[in-house]
Ligand binder design. Structure first.
Ligand SMILES: Nc1ncnc2c1ncn2[C@@H]1O[C@H](COP(=O)(O)OP(=O)(O)OP(=O)(O)O)[C@@H](O)[C@H]1O
Length: 200
């Protein structure tokens, strides 16, 4: 792995949707989508005798366990924040589509510095509702949904309210930066890029 693009956003803001689009633009041979919650969910499923694959898909199955899974996951992460982030892959670019916590943000910023691009996916509640979002106490007011609300220094903020043209333009900007960066691997010290652009 040489480069990270991390997507942060609330439930139904479109993190997976945007990650798929970005991967298509960067190319499957170069880029992989990782989910920080994958190994955690596997362990959770194993300990409770649940169906792991159904915890990953977009059906209602995962909603039954979401609250308990969040609490269980927080406890594991607090014990060792790096454990579930260190899963690696040999692709040049990682898109991490479910980064939700300050510990995720800090881990990648500290360890990958200028090789990491942090992208906030924002979306109005109205559109999230249309996508099936229903406010759930204990989930939507908990750390996994709210802890990054105060963060301002995103490399990109993408408004994903169904305007495909704007979304496409922003993703093209990201692709351009990632492609520039990943073709300068031999001179990375002298070519470190500064990400100053943000979109609202
Ligand atoms: N720009 C868009 N245009 C059309 N549909 C979209 C767009 N963005 C997201 N969606 C749709 O909204 C739904 C929710 O999107 P997605 O699963 O990507 O959200 P998420 O942020 O990953 O949610 P969660 O945190 O609950 O996993 C999906 O059905 C997806 O296809």
């Amino acid at each position: 792995m040489d480069y990270h693009s991390k997507l942060f956003g609330k439930r139904k803001s479109g993190k997976d949707f945007v990650a798929d689009l970005l991967q298509k633009k960067l190319g499957h041979e170069k880029c992989v989508i990782l989910r920080l919650s994958g190994p955690l969910k596997k362990q959770y499923a194993k300990e409770r005798g649940l169906d792991f694959t159904r915890l990953l898909d977009s059906t209602e199955y995962k909603e039954t366990f979401r609250k308990d899974m969040i609490l269980w996951g927080e406890e594991k992460r607090n014990k060792d924040p790096a454990t579930y982030v260190e899963e690696a892959d040999k692709k040049l670019v990682w898109i991490i589509s479910d980064a939700r916590r300050p510990s995720d943000l800090l881990y990648f910023k500290n360890n990958y510095k200028d090789r990491c691009l942090c992208v906030r996916i924002s979306c109005s509640d109205e559109v999230r509702n249309q996508r099936g979002f229903v406010f759930t106490k204990g989930v939507d007011d908990a750390e996994s949904e709210c802890a990054l609300d105060h963060v301002k220094d995103w490399n990109f903020v993408i408004n994903n309210d169904n305007n495909q043209l704007i979304l496409d333009e922003m993703l093209n900007e990201i692709v351009k930066i990632v492609n520039e960066k990943t073709t300068k691997t031999d001179n990375s010290d002298s070519n470190s890029l500064q990400f100053e652009k943000s979109y609202l």
